[in-house]
Design a protein around this ligand. Sequence first.
Ligand SMILES: CC(C)(COP(=O)(O)OP(=O)(O)OC[C@H]1O[C@@H](n2cnc3c(N)ncnc32)[C@H](O)[C@@H]1OP(=O)(O)O)[C@@H](O)C(=O)NCCC(=O)NCCS
Length: 137
Amino acid sequence: MFVGIDIIENDRFARAMQRRPQLIERVFTRQERAHCLAKANPARHFAARFAAKEAVGKALGMGVPSWQEIEVTSSAGGKPGVRLSGATRASALSAGVGPVSLSLSHCNFASVAVAVINRMVDPGKSNVELRMADEQS
Ligand SMILES: CC(C)(COP(=O)(O)OP(=O)(O)OC[C@H]1O[C@@H](n2cnc3c(N)ncnc32)[C@H](O)[C@@H]1OP(=O)(O)O)[C@@H](O)C(=O)NCCC(=O)NCCS
């Protein structure tokens, strides 16, 4: 099992968003932006997703090569998931990375994310055995 964790100060993230409005479009996918902007306090949901991308990067052991290629999804019930795409997904598959699980939490001052990679499979079998977390349901 591989674990990654990250924590972000909400106020600091909100200030960064105000200072650099392009940050949101650069880092977050259209679906992530829609999810966060629909909330009463978007900054903390963005901060949680920023933490999530860092946490997933740590669990993958490859950092965050592309912000948008690690996407946080939300089920109808609000449960977060991870969708990898592009070169990040390809690298994860070739490394034999299994489904990525994610948990988020936020309060007034901080947002945290924990990512867990449930298994590593034989890289030679990964293309047939792997299902990323977003494909589970
Ligand atoms: C899910 C729940 C426990 C969140 O607790 P909370 O203290 O209000 O909020 P936190 O700040 O700790 O967590 C918020 C995050 O929880 C996550 N979350 C929401 N619903 C979830 C669910 N059903 N399962 C897992 N995670 C969930 C989301 O990622 C959310 O952040 P986001 O809106 O930015 O995506 C709460 O909304 C709840 O009790 N829901 C109803 C019961 C339920 O579905 N429980 C399942 C988990 S045990």
